[in-house]
Design a protein around this ligand. Structure first.
Ligand SMILES: [Zn+2]
Length: 73
């Protein structure tokens, strides 16, 4: 089971950066998470909760398999 984007996690602004946001739990910047579950740290409460619910943090193996295809379209 996988969602195309994981964007329903709680976010908070970086101090001093009005337009930069990060995950409340793992403190990873939203632009690094990029809507992907594996963008969160493995210990992130949000990621752990979704993985417990049966969602996969795929991505890595998928990207390795399809690196030669035109994914950027
Ligand atoms: Zn997180």
């Amino acid at each position: 089971m996988k969602k195309p984007y994981y964007i329903d996690y709680p976010q908070e602004p970086f101090e001093g950066h009005m337009h930069k946001y990060r995950c409340v739990y793992c403190k990873v910047e939203t632009t690094i998470i990029n809507g992907q579950l594996e963008g969160h740290l493995p210990s992130c409460e949000y990621r752990v909760k979704l993985e417990d619910a049966g969602y996969d943090a795929t991505g890595f193996s998928e990207k390795l398999v399809s690196h030669d295809s035109d994914d950027f379209d």
